[in-house]
Design a protein. Structure first.
Length: 189
């Protein structure tokens, strides 16, 4: 298996997340102004970006050879961050061809941790770090607590000029997330 290939988990063996309403307030909302560190070294304020931006939030990427938190696969919506990121990588050209100006991944991991994943997975877009939980708190993003870590729940936003025009929540299976965005973009065109 190459570095660009990710084994697909058996999604039927992993509990699917349920819509608990924790993200409902995001649909149609104007995002708050919060500067986030990006893996390309820039600072990104999603609320200030003109045009269309897609942001997919994920709990955390793992690292090869490092164990996930105990029971990770049985936490609904936890498993699948790498397959989700790889799917957005693989659909990147199609997503931008459908009028998306920018694509970002978002997690509460720090930029150094994210940079390793972005390089290893050959992502053609930046990952944004909310390690200080500034956006999570300001926008009341859905999160979960795992072994002392506050992690975002998995969701995807289509943001037009700082306003959420489409919310995908919950997202399952994660490796289908990018294709769901593509399907929505095609229908919205």
């Amino acid at each position: 298996m190459s570095a660009n290939t990710v084994a697909t988990p058996d999604w039927s063996a992993i509990p699917a997340p349920q819509d608990d309403g924790a993200a409902a307030h995001l649909a149609g909302a104007r995002l708050p102004h919060v500067a986030l560190a990006a893996t390309d070294g820039s600072s990104v304020d999603l609320a200030a970006l003109p045009g269309r931006t897609v942001v997919y939030a994920y709990p955390r990427t793992g690292r090869p050879g490092v164990e996930n938190p105990h029971g990770w696969d049985m936490i609904p919506g936890a498993r699948g961050c790498t397959p989700q990121s790889c799917a957005f990588r693989d659909h990147f050209a199609e997503i931008t061809a459908l009028g998306v100006d920018r694509l970002f991944g978002l997690s509460t991991q720090d930029s150094a941790y994210q940079r390793e994943a972005a390089e290893r997975l050959h992502l053609p877009f930046a990952l944004l770090s909310d390690a200080e939980l500034a956006l999570c708190r300001a926008a009341n993003l859905p999160t979960m607590e795992v072994e002392g870590m506050t992690l975002t729940r998995r969701f995807t936003l289509v943001v037009d000029d700082g306003v959420v025009t489409k919310l995908f929540y919950p997202v399952f299976p994660p490796d289908r997330s990018a294709a769901d965005v593509v399907d929505w973009l095609k229908g919205a065109a």
